[in-house]
Design a protein around this ligand. Structure first.
Ligand code: GDP
Ligand code: MN
Length: 365
């Protein structure tokens, strides 16, 4: 889950990382009483706002109000801008980069620092990899002051700046742990006469930790159908084809997507009812996937373990979709499930390939 820049900055400030103090506005008329110049920044959950015209510096109130109106009418990477963050512009002497990211290969957090901030770190990594310093963090030890000093020295810092960077790095690590972040980033970490400040802030919380984090899920990160599915406790993703896919368990769902593709079909979406789904869950699953437009068939792939095939069959029968379905059903209560389907004029295959092929044929018919 991504946090907005202003939310991340609030957390940074609470932990003692200097950030320019700003105000979130939704209307140009809310621009009042600032000392100029100010920065106006679109609050959207995507990066590269600067290049997209979502970050502007304004010299006076009149200009700021006009610019705010403009930015609030923008769409950045398809997302309409509804909120702006306004703060007195920092007189930046130099832009640095600092952050932590979960490295899935080493299964550790990695601290990344660079003297080249303000631009895409990916670009720095490609063109001047020697300007990036990294340290893998042992989760038991955490980030130690000597790590932070080493990174700071590699960024070319010394004296007072080196010490204040060290303090920011240690605080950011605390935030990373406390909020189960998979990414925290300050780009740019700006140096001015007043010292360092986090002019931009990114904090992405690992979705797997949301059960113990107190953030309200962000509606705007999901499509309407994805929201419905989340509410029902189902994992759902929209795609662009014409065959809906329902399975139980992430692995089986992925295999279903592959086999449909292999049989020449195009998945319209996929939904995982999870292990132990009952008739009601199955009904909801069908309700959600069939809301997608342009659907031609539905592939239902069930391997009954904890999930009972009879419950799945009952859900299918209760919903009785108008779009043709192809079911593969195996495992717990398979016979019972198949006979429920049969009573209502549906059939189920044992083999996944057979059912997938049939789903593709139905879509073509
Ligand atoms: P991003 O493009 O979405 O990463 O947005 P940023 O918050 O990083 O802003 C983009 C760029 O705008 C920064 O790299 C800075 O160069 C510039 N910028 C942002 N805030 C300030 C500020 O307070 N003062 C100055 N001088 N430049 C700023
Ligand atoms: Mn940035």
């Amino acid at each position: 889950m991504k946090l907005y820049e202003y939310e991340a900055k609030e957390i940074f400030a609470q932990h003692g990382i200097p950030v320019p103090s700003g105000k979130v506005i939704t209307d140009p008329s809310q621009i009042e009483g600032f000392t100029y110049p100010v920065v106006l920044k679109a609050q959207v959950l995507v990066g590269g706002r600067g290049k997209a015209g979502g970050v502007k510096i304004c010299q006076n109130e009149k200009e700021a109000k006009e610019t705010a109106k403009n930015i609030l009418s923008l769409e950045i990477k398809g997302i309409p801008v509804k909120k702006l963050l306004v703060y007195p512009a920092v007189d930046i002497e130099k832009e640095y980069y600092f952050g932590f990211v979960v490295d899935r290969t080493s299964r550790k957090l990695v601290a990344i620092a660079s003297s080249e901030g303000g631009i895409d770190i990916e670009e720095v990594a490609e063109k001047t990899p020697e300007k990036i310093a990294k340290i893998e963090i042992n989760p038991t030890l955490g980030l130690r002051p000597y790590h932070a000093l080493e990174l700071g020295k590699k960024m070319g810092l010394e004296g007072k700046n080196l010490l204040s960077f060290t303090s920011i790095a240690l605080k950011l690590y605390q935030i990373c742990e406390k909020y189960d972040a998979e990414l925290v980033e300050i780009n740019p970490l700006a140096l001015s006469k007043e010292g360092f400040s986090a002019v931009d802030a990114k904090l992405n919380v690992d979705d797997n930790a949301l059960y113990r984090q107190k953030f309200e899920p962000k509606e705007e990160e999901y499509t309407e159908l994805e929201r419905m599915a989340r509410k029902a406790g189902l994992s759902y993703v929209s795609l662009e084809g014409d065959i809906a896919i329902i399975g139980c368990g992430a692995g089986l769902v992925m295999a279903s997507l592959d086999i449909i593709q292999k049989c020449g079909g195009r998945p319209a979406n996929f939904l995982d009812v999870g292990g132990g789904a009952n008739a009601e869950n199955m009904k909801q699953a069908l309700e959600i996937v069939t809301k997608q437009k342009g659907l031609k068939s539905i592939f239902i792939n069930i391997f009954g373990g904890i999930t009972r095939c009879d419950q799945i069959a009952e859900g299918i029968v209760e919903f009785s979709p108008e779009i043709p379905i192809s079911v593969r059903m195996m495992g717990t209560n398979e016979e019972k499930g198949k006979s429920i389907l049969k009573e209502h004029g549906y059939s189920a295959a044992d083999s996944m390939a057979e059912a997938a092929l049939r789903a593709v044929e139905l879509a073509r018919a």
